[in-house]
Design a binder for this molecule. Sequence first.
Ligand code: CO
Length: 499
Amino acid sequence: MTHAWNQLLPRLQELADLNSTAALLYWDQAVLMPPKGAAGRARSTATLESIAHNRLTDPAIGELLNELAAEDSLEESQRATVRILKREYDRATKLPDKLVKELAQVTGVAYQAWTEAKPISDFAAFQPHLEKIVELKKEQADAIGFERERYDALLDMYEPGMTSTEVEAMFSQLTEGLAPVVDAVLGRAREDHEFLRGEYNDGAKEQLCRWLVEQLGFDTEGGRLDTSPHPFTSGIGLGDVRQTTRYANVGLMESLYAAIHETGHALYEQGLPAEWRDLPAGQVPSFGLHESQSRMWENQVGRNRCFTDWLLPHLKELFENELGTATPEEFHRAVNQPQRSLIRVEADELTYNLHIALRFELELALFRDELAVADLPDAWDEGMEKHLGVRPKSHAEGVLQDMHWSIGIQGYFPTYSLGTLYAAAFFAKAESELDGLTDDFRKGDTSRLLEWLRSNIHSKASLYEAKDLAEKVLGGPFSATPFVDYLKDKYRELYDLSI
Ligand code: CO
């Protein structure tokens, strides 16, 4: 251990503790906190964040990082930590305090305005707030700096190392590859599965989800499953990974597939190396990578015919009346039912990425100064027509549907699509290395897949940037092809199509 490293380590441990405490406060706010606690909680989290920000931007950290950059005896995890911390330190120190505070304040008000504007479809009421946010985000991107494209500075916060040129190439490959599949499948798929709309007892749904997440490998001694209106997963700290799903006012499939999705996130967090818990190198490298795990468990596992064949009899034990007559084939088709939806969060595997492609195009145009906020609603509606062949009747189901822009996380949307593409590519690789992998699913056995993910992805944490890790795992460059092939195979079989 070097002298500089020994000085840096306690600072990293303190930062990890501050972040862990903030994560616990957020979890509590989403799961347990009574509504009247909101104002007090907002202040507590702001205080914690400002302490963490001060610790991170301490000039002593910059000096230690410079010393460490010149060291050649560092271990792999130390080198990765220096790389990641330097990025965070540079970004945090480049941003003027005034801008940070203004963004926090403007987004706080804008989020409130969005919650009021959305139900009444009033884009005009939200427009001035969004204009201010876009202006501040441009300032933020310019302060951070970028090589070719302003948007890259924003994207980099969520998907380090990824550029908009790469994302653009990915989406054009994706939309071109998908277009014939989407047309063929949506022309054919018009089934109505009554059991999808049935009333399922919330207590029984909970019993089912608790059982299932453990079946998939979620360690309940090192984690919890709770409920919240928007399912999420948070790695609070070592031995404490918390996921949520929801039961009230949603169908059985929503509860179930949210739990499988979040279990994918939670298994990733539980598989990170304990010895690196305090190091930036010990975290998940990007949002896209995190999402790759949730999507893989939800889709490549959860919607696979072998898996649904195993699952259905277990569901029938609890829901004899509701599901008694559903055949394995019907059930599999029902959980893979595609449709032209206006709403991103309701979209299926086939059309989901088209929703993201639209958002990415609009964000890019905004930050290239090619589109004004005032023109967003029209651009949105035209884009929906182009990508999905449907037109929103109101802004509530159009440009106002997502909260992301109101809270200032422009540049985040592409990580959702990267997640689905990584998931398909990783799963294809796992299948090529593990003989008869999906046959395991017929017995509800996903342990070989989990082991493969543990050794190839989870245990590597942030030793490499996400796309470098992906290349190592895949043994070559990452592309949209495995995802398009996966969908073609699936729907060819489901609807007897020649695609
Ligand atoms: Co997710």
